[in-house]
Design a binder for this molecule. Sequence first.
Ligand code: HEC
Length: 127
Amino acid sequence: MRNRIQSGWVALAFCLASAAPLAAQGLPAGVTKESIAKGDEIFHGSGLCFACHGNDAKGAVGPNLTDDQWLHSKGSYDEIVKQVMTGVPKEISKSGNIMPPKGGSSISDDEVKLVAAYVWSLSHKTS
Ligand code: HEC
C-alpha cells in the first residue's frame, strides 16, 4: 500500500515537470520574452495603463505595479490577467480610485494577456 502511494507521487511529479518546461526558466506558462516585450508597448500605448500607473509603472492615480505589494491579489500572472479584464470597481477599491475594465482602453483579450505578462515581469525577476 505504501509503495503504491509513493509511486503515485513520483508519477505526479513527473507529469508536472514535463508539462511545465517554461517554469524552469522562471516564466509562468503562456508568458514568453516576446509577450513581455509586446505587453510593454501596449502598457505605454493603446492599453492606456501608463496614464494611471505612470510611465515607469511606479504609481500615480493607480498603484505601483513594480513592487511586491499587491492590493487585490497575490500578483500571479493569472490573477493579473483577471484583474485587467475586470478592472477595479469602486466597491473593492482601496484608494477610492477606480480602474475600468481593460483600463478603459479597447485592447483585445489577447492584448490583455500580453500586457499582463509585462506587468508580471515588473515585479518578478526572470533569468
Ligand atoms: C483610469 C486609471 C487606470 C487605468 C487607465 C489603468 N489602471 Fe490599473 N488600476 C487603477 C486603480 C485606481 C487601481 C486600484 C486602486 C485601489 O484599489 O486603490 C488599479 C489596479 C490595478 C492592478 C492591481 C494592482 C494591485 O496592487 O493589486 C493592476 C494589475 C492594474 N491596475 C493593471 C493595469 C493595466 C495593465 C492597465 C492597462 C491595460 C491599467 N491598470 C490601466 C487605475 C487605472
